[in-house]
Ligand binder design. Structure first.
Ligand SMILES: C[S@@+](CC[C@H](N)C(=O)[O-])C[C@H]1O[C@@H](n2cnc3c(N)ncnc32)[C@H](O)[C@@H]1O
Length: 340
C-alpha cells in the first residue's frame, strides 16, 4: 500500500491536499509514529510537504457504519432500535418510511440515518396515511433530504414520473405488471382502466408486442403525469390516454379489446359489467380485489355470477396473490377468460 508521511505540524495541510485529490484510502485510518503521521492513500503521487512511499505498515481499519442500527445505536435506546421500521418502499429517489408513533420524537434522526446509508435515495418521507378517496392518493411528510415529493421511478425499462401525493403509485406492483406483460400476445389491443400515471401502459408498451395500449384515468393530475410519461419514454405511438370516468369514456370508444386490466382493488367488481361489454369473445380480464385468503374462492364465485348475469360468462383461469394490503389481507388478481 502507498502512504504519504509528514511531520505532525504539516498534517492538516497534507490531509486537505489528499482529500481534494480524492486519494484518501477508504478502508484505513492514518497512523502517528515518532513525530510523523502516515496517511494511507490509493495511488502513488507527488504530495506537497510529504514523502510518498510504498509501505507494509498495518493501518487501523476505518470502521464504516453499514446499517441504520449502527448509525443510531448511540442515539436510540435498545427498545427504540427494536421499533425501527424494517419494511420500506423506495419510489424513484424517495424512501417512504412507516414510523411508529413511539419514535415520532426521533423521526428526523432516523430519516437522516437512512439517507446516510442509501446512495439510491435523496429524500426520506414519512407515510401519514393509507391510499384513500376516489383518486386513491395518500399524504406523506418530508423528514430529510431534498424537499420534493416528485420523482422518477425506473421499472422494467421505463421511467415513471410521479408525485407521491398527487397520484397513486405502488412500486410493489412492479412484478405484477411484468406478470401480465408476459401474457400479452403480439397484436393485442389492451385496455388499462384506472391507469393513473400510466405504469401499466408503459410497462406493457415497452415489453410486449401489443398493437395498442389504451388507458383511462379519472384524476386529472395523474392523467397529466401519464401524458408526460409517454413522451418521456417515446411511447406516443403505442399508448392512447383518456381522462375521465371509465363509465362515461368507455361507452364512447367504438372498439373492443383483447385484454383489459382493472387495477382498482377496492371497487373493481362494480366495473366488471362494463369491462365485459368491451372485451372481445375469448378475451382476458385481469380483475383485482383486496381479500382475506379464506374468501378467495367465494369471491371467484361472485365474479362468475356477475359475469353470467351480464351474459358474458367467464372462466377463472387463476387467482394470484400479488401484494399485501394489511396483515391477512392480500391484493389478489383474478385472470378471467371470457367464454362468449
Ligand atoms: C389503485 S389506483 C391505480 C393507478 C395505476 N394503475 C397504478 O397502478 O399506479 C386506481 C386509479 O383509478 C382511478 N379511478 C378511480 N375511479 C375511476 C373511474 N371511475 N374511472 C377512471 N379512473 C378511476 C383513480 O384516480 C386512481 O388513479
Amino acid at each position: 500500500m502507498f502512504a504519504a508521511y509528514t511531520e505532525l505540524q504539516n498534517a492538516q495541510a497534507v490531509k486537505e491536499f489528499l482529500v481534494k485529490k480524492q486519494v484518501v484510502h477508504p478502508d484505513f485510518l492514518p497512523l502517528k509514529e515518532l513525530g510523523y503521521i502516515y496517511f494511507p492513500i490509493t495511488k502513488k503521487m507527488a504530495v506537497p510537504k510529504a514523502k510518498v512511499v510504498q509501505t507494509k505498515i498495518t493501518f487501523p481499519p476505518r470502521e464504516k457504519p453499514r446499517t441504520v442500527d449502527d448509525l443510531l445505536k448511540n442515539k436510540l435506546s435498545k427498545e427504540e432500535l427494536e421499533l425501527l421500521p424494517r419494511s420500506q418502499e423506495i419510489v424513484g429517489h424517495i424512501l417512504i418510511l412507516e414510523i411508529p408513533e413511539e419514535l415520532t420524537s426521533k423521526e428526523k434522526l432516523i430519516a437522516e440515518a437512512y439517507l446516510n446509508i442509501n446512495r439510491q435515495i435523496d429524500t426520506v418521507v414519512r407515510k401519514e396515511g393509507i391510499h384513500s378517496g376516489e383518486f386513491r392518493t395518500r399524504t406523506v411528510r418530508i423528514l430529510a433530504g431534498k424537499k420534493s415529493k416528485e420523482t422518477v421511478h425506473k421499472e422494467s425499462g421505463v421511467d415513471i414520473k410521479l408525485h407521491l401525493e398527487k397520484t397513486y403509485f405502488s412500486a410493489r406492483s412492479g412484478n405484477e405488471r411484468l406478470r401480465i406483460t408476459k401474457m400479452i400476445k403480439p397484436g393485442e389491443d389492451v385496455l388499462v382502466m384506472f391507469s393513473g400515471a400510466a405504469p401499466y401502459p408503459l410497462v406493457f408498451a415497452r415489453n410486449s408486442d401489443a398493437r395498442q395500449i389504451y388507458g383511462i384515468e379519472l384524476n386529472p393530475l395523474a392523467h397529466a403525469y401519464a401524458h408526460e410519461n409517454i413522451h418521456l419514454n417515446r411511447l406516443e405511438h403505442k399508448i392512447t390516454l383518456h381522462n375521465g370516468n371509465v363509465l362515461t369514456i368507455l361507452p364512447k370508444l367504438k372498439r373492443k379489446f383483447d385484454r383489459i386490466a382493472m387495477p382498482l382493488p377496492k371497487t373493481g367488481e362494480d366495473f366488471l359489467p362494463i369491462a365485459l361489454s368491451k372485451v372481445k369473445p375469448k378475451g382476458i380480464i385481469h380483475l383485482y380485489s383486496f381479500l382475506d385468503e379464506k374468501d378467495i374462492q367465494l369471491y371467484a364465485q361472485k365474479i362468475k355470477d356477475i359475469a353470467r348475469r351480464s351474459n358474458h360468462p367467464v372462466r377463472v383461469l387463476r387467482s394470484v396473490q400479488c401484494g399485501q394490503f394489511s396483515p391477512g389481507t392480500f391484493r389478489v388478481c383474478f385472470d378471467l377468460k371470457v367464454l362468449e
